[in-house]
Ligand binder design. Structure first.
Ligand code: FES
Length: 150
């Protein structure tokens, strides 16, 4: 099936099966490898992107279900004021360790702060609970989110 997807403000054409996960469309068809494959089962959050500003797991999102939704990936999140603030805070507190999960973490954090600019610690923990980090950099991720919320 031919699709025209809106990705980071640009129209991108792909011709792929409708059940292909958005993750593979981004990585394999469009060479946008910032979005990571972790588990492929909706469990780790490494593949998080935004559809119309909402955090979704691209490994669980068939391209045929995207429709006209605006897709934002880690490559484009810095174009938004909130995304830029989150990325700046991430650098400031040196949040990543190995870095693999961090694109997904940043996407979830940006979605949270867009819908709730001043979240409590409990709200941050809840919103980020689907994003796993095997290096356990959770305390620095919390610090970065709190800094970006200031
Ligand atoms: Fe999608 Fe783990 S790769 S949730």
């Amino acid at each position: 099936m031919a699709y025209t997807l809106s990705i980071n403000g640009q129209a991108r054409q792909v011709d792929v099966p409708e059940d292909m996960p958005l993750l593979w469309v981004l990585r394999d068809e469009l060479d946008m490898v910032g979005t990571k494959f972790g588990c492929g089962a909706g469990l780790c959050g490494a593949c998080t992107v935004h559809l119309d500003g909402n955090a979704v797991r691209s490994c669980q999102t068939p391209v045929g279900a995207v429709g006209t939704a605006r897709i934002t990936t880690i490559e484009g999140i810095g174009q938004t004021a909130k995304g830029a603030a989150v990325q700046k805070a991430w650098i400031e507190v040196d949040a990543p360790q190995c870095g693999y999960c961090q694109a997904g973490q940043i996407m979830s954090a940006t979605a949270l702060l867009t819908s709730n600019p001043k979240p409590t610690r409990t709200q941050i923990t809840e919103a980020m609970s689907g994003n796993l980090c095997r290096c356990a950099s959770y305390h620095r991720i919390m610090e970065a989110i709190e800094l970006a919320a200031k």
